[in-house]
Design a protein around this ligand. Structure first.
Ligand code: NAI
Length: 252
């Protein structure tokens, strides 16, 4: 059977890396991350390393996308799956949030998803599937996360519009809305770093889970990768335009 061709952004760490590891044995992957070094290290340790393509660029860079899309098209003729996963976090109340910081978050979490879907549509085969990694922050408001939450709410809506645009060709587009996931994205957020300094990283994750989720469980990146793999698969052939929440009950 021919292997599916799947593009994953933000593939060097966390959810993107777990997704790459999950899919690598049975797919050819186009892996995109601005952390070129981290991504090469990950890619060389994947099963069938020689089958995969790697790109080191910022997902908000329009010109880099055009070059990468050409290279993927030349190499593989198209794609069967796209995972718009790259994203950054930021935390500050609106009154303290600089416009530059607002723009930085929007450029990665929203412009980056737009460019991924834009080029994804250019390459995706009929009956392909795309997944946008949003966040439950795009559904449930909390103080102090304006840029992140607004970018994720917009990304969820972008995925729904894309689902309607893709449907005539059988292209499915879904979003996932994770709650807390144990990945490095939390590093640099003040309250998280403060608990890490006192008790270590696992204890910080555990205390957020205990505080915020009925299940008292923070997801591992592999759980999110499993949901992404499902949405990309034919088993999900009736699902499009959905937002799959995976948050330990936080948003209930
Ligand atoms: P992570 O920080 O472990 O990985 C993010 C990856 O994206 C990194 O390899 C980073 O280099 C790459 N990246 C960041 N900005 C980029 C850019 N402009 N261009 C190219 N690559 C870029 O984070 P994690 O947790 O794996 O995040 C993946 C996605 O999941 C993000 O969209 C995030 O918002 C979302 N998410 C994460 C949650 C969590 O608690 N970890 C919860 C809900 C959503």
């Amino acid at each position: 059977m021919t292997k599916r061709r799947i593009l994953v952004t933000g593939a060097a760490s966390g959810i993107g890396a777990a997704t790459a590891r999950r899919l690598a044995a049975n797919a050819r992957l186009a892996l995109i991350d601005r952390n070129a070094e981290g991504q090469s290290a990950l890619a060389s340790a994947l099963p069938n390393a020689a089958d995969h393509l790697t790109f080191g660029f910022d997902v908000s860079d329009e010109h880099a996308w055009a070059k990468a899309a050409r290279r993927i098209g030349d190499a593989w003729g198209g794609l069967d799956g796209v995972v718009a996963n790259a994203g950054i976090a930021a935390a500050a109340p609106i009154a303290d949030l600089s416009f530059a910081e607002w723009r930085r978050v929007m450029s990665v979490n929203l412009d980056g998803v737009f460019l991924t879907l834009h080029h994804g549509f250019g390459l995706i085969a009929d009956r392909g599937a795309m997944v946008v990694v949003g966040s439950v922050a795009g559904l449930k408001a909390e103080p102090g996360v304006a840029a992140y939450a607004a970018s994720k709410a917009a990304a969820l809506q972008l995925a729904k519009v894309a689902a309607k645009e893709g449907a005539p060709r059988g292209v499915r587009v879904n979003a996932i809305a994770p709650g807390g996931v144990e990945t490095p994205i939390w590093r640099g957020i003040d309250f998280f770093d403060a608990v890490v300094a006192e008790k270590g990283e696992q204890a910080a994750f555990d205390s957020i889970a205990a505080m915020a989720t009925p299940l008292k469980h923070m997801a591992k990146p592999e759980e999110i990768a499993a949901m992404i793999a499902y949405l990309l698969s034919d088993e999900a052939r009736s699902i499009t335009g959905a937002v799959m929440v995976i948050d330990g009950g936080y948003s209930v």
